[in-house]
Ligand binder design. Sequence first.
Ligand SMILES: Cc1cc2nc3c(=O)[nH]c(=O)nc-3n(C[C@H](O)[C@H](O)[C@H](O)COP(=O)(O)OP(=O)(O)OC[C@H]3O[C@@H](n4cnc5c(N)ncnc54)[C@H](O)[C@@H]3O)c2cc1C
Length: 315
Amino acid sequence: MTDSSPHILMRSAQMHVVRPAEPVTATVVSNELCTAAGRKSAGFTRHIALDLTGTALAGACIPGQSLGVIPPGLDAQGRPHKLRLYSLASPTRGEDGHGHVHSVTVKRMIDEHLVHPGLFLGVASNYLCDRAPGDKVLVTGPSGKKFVLPQDVAAHDYVFFATGTGVAPFRGMLIDLLEAGCTSKVVLVLGAAYATDLLYHKWLEELAAKHPNFAYITAVSREGAQRAYVQDRLRTHEGVLGPLLASPRGLVYICGIAGMELGIFQHMARGLPEQVREQYLRVDAEVAGDVDNWQRAMIHRQIRPTRRVLMEVYA
Ligand SMILES: Cc1cc2nc3c(=O)[nH]c(=O)nc-3n(C[C@H](O)[C@H](O)[C@H](O)COP(=O)(O)OP(=O)(O)OC[C@H]3O[C@@H](n4cnc5c(N)ncnc54)[C@H](O)[C@@H]3O)c2cc1C
């Protein structure tokens, strides 16, 4: 079954202006924690602004795209480290108003290995989080052209689902939409394990207070009386999300931890009226009645998001 949903013209994005073989040097402008004080999890996430002035990346990036970062040194096999991707958190105008300073939202990867017991610190994320203003970083990109806003932003309303650092592209998109005076309805559903890990929380609350067309909804999964995952908000906030999804203007963006999309699709299948659900998901008859047993591997095979669903998920 092919996707017969209407084609949506997306913003055009420049790709691979700077390739990994010839990375350019960015200068760290600032590096700040973007989790709240008194964290309960061991997660540390930082908002890092990079000055790209004088490189081909200046003015070439839009929200939804990623920058590549090449950490210095060699991997366990003695080869130069591979680049890692980080979503841009900045709007098209950048942090500086000219598209020369762009930011990323980086979570320190911290792990404990069972085979060789000891603390493992992810190479690129910790390298980036340790950088101080003035430090140099090798960058490439931008990459990604599908997970971007549509060309005609006013023709759509938006539901953004984010977990963890998945909020990064939405920070940039929200600024692009709201600063330009776009009156479309925008809802961000942001999930985190603990309330202190809701990234950019205060800023998002302030943004929602300032813009009546923007609603900010949180879902905290491991504390509080009303523990919830982002997908639960389809049910608990049906009054806000239902009409938006039912409108032909609705677009759904999903960004964050790989696997989150399955939960959202299952909740869409269980909770949305059939004629609304099929605007976002086409489901093969043989799995349609067994939503509880849907697996991630079925996505794009038996469970196919339409063009009105845009996804960027990563491990
Ligand atoms: C499109 C895209 C966008 C992304 N955006 C963001 C973003 O906005 N923010 C963000 O924080 N991340 C983002 N990521 C993830 C990011 O690219 C990195 O994967 C992440 O930061 C971890 O990289 P690292 O170098 O710190 O960890 P790595 O060193 O690559 O380690 C990653 C994993 O491999 C395991 N591992 C590595 N070496 C060994 C070993 N020798 N033995 C056993 N296990 C090992 C580690 O335990 C760990 O689980 C994005 C990814 C993609 C694909």
